[in-house]
Write a protein that binds this ligand. Sequence first.
Ligand SMILES: Cc1cc2nc3c(=O)[nH]c(=O)nc-3n(C[C@H](O)[C@H](O)[C@H](O)COP(=O)(O)OP(=O)(O)OC[C@H]3O[C@@H](n4cnc5c(N)ncnc54)[C@H](O)[C@@H]3O)c2cc1C
Length: 414
Amino acid sequence: MTETPESSSIPALQTTCCIIGGGPAGIMLGFLLARSGIEVVVLEKHKDFFRDFRGDTIHPSTLELMHELGLLESFLALPHSELSHLAASFGGQTFPIADLTHLPTHAKFIAFMPQWDFLNFLASQAAQLPTFKLLLEHEVTGLIEQKGRILGVHVTTPTGPIAVRANLTVACDGRGSISRSAAHLRVIDRGAPIDVLWFRLSHRSDDPENALGNFNFGAGLILINRNDYFQCGFIIAKDSFTTQIQPAGLEAFRNSLVRLVPFLAASVHELQSWDQLKLLSVQVNRLERWHMPGLLCIGDAAHAMSPVGGIGINLAIQDAVAAANILAIPLRKPLVTEFTLAHVQSRRELPTRITQAVQIAAHRFLISFLGKPGPIKPPLPLRLLSPHPFFRRLVARFIGMGVRPEHIAPSEHP
Ligand SMILES: Cc1cc2nc3c(=O)[nH]c(=O)nc-3n(C[C@H](O)[C@H](O)[C@H](O)COP(=O)(O)OP(=O)(O)OC[C@H]3O[C@@H](n4cnc5c(N)ncnc54)[C@H](O)[C@@H]3O)c2cc1C
């Protein structure tokens, strides 16, 4: 961390709340605070939202927030697909897993929409508010600290370095957060025994619409239907990409995909180079303390989530809503106390812990068969529970709404 003298010659911007990172947590928090009349600056290092696949799933809890904001209709006018029943295939047998049609929400489905469309939508709504400012190509390189309190951030921009000073800085810079390491906040690493290889294959007109989870022959493959292509997530044992999968060759990899999901035989030849695959090293961790004087971490910066259940985006959004609800009034005063920041953590820590515990249990199940040859036997609990509507509704509630769903507080604009 850098202690910056007040007389620094670097140009400085002053705001009430500086948000590091324009992902789901940062854009939503910026939008909600600006809606309450708070001056916010969101700093995003990329020049737009159009980048690698980082999850597509907008769950009913997030859609309900859109409804509360009066935006659901215009949001759903964007191109997307909807899924109200989730199923997975184990050892070639398909089991229904979740039925979202009974959820007490306006949208009883998961909307699949590229994350950049979702972020563009939120950012364009926020941009209509006079106190919201999004600065793209602004990369935070360090925190400004004085006497143990964070006063803002150092930023590199295309036109040179600047400082952004703020009453409160909120780190929403994701699982690689530089802010949390700069602030020396202790990370509790829960470990993750899996990695995921992401790639695309064409979706042909005779392919099934819904082929989400497929587990067999020591492998797992998630297929997200994006109309003209499948976004594919191949689940592998941690670090096995370089030690096993790559040495076995691309042909062996293509064959393993077809063995798992035979209809991919028509499209698997599209994979011609390892460069078409992106390796996600899965992490599950959380900060012991999400804050220090002048700084709060939320979203993946506070708790990196596994892609299991496709919950990370929605949890980040829930954090943003809770933070906005708690911070909107205190941010009108010059200093936000640590007590207020601790309140945000205590509100969101339980949902995080429970969600991560479920993800870790899912990892244990996956690792029990990953890499082992031969067909897998569908797990007994699934065989017993899947026929029961109560089970399918319970899973739908966990995935679709999460633990302790947040609601938009009435705007406190003075
Ligand atoms: C490959 C992959 C697939 C996933 N699939 C799903 C899924 O299907 N469903 C789901 O719900 N979740 C999924 N997740 C998890 C999900 O993406 C995260 O949980 C979620 O995006 C967290 O949101 P966030 O706003 O906290 O952080 P992020 O989305 O990581 O956003 C952080 C933002 O901060 C910016 N940033 C970082 N450092 C700086 C800096 N120094 N200065 C300025 N800006 C900075 C980044 O560019 C980024 O825009 C997936 C993750 C990955 C990597």
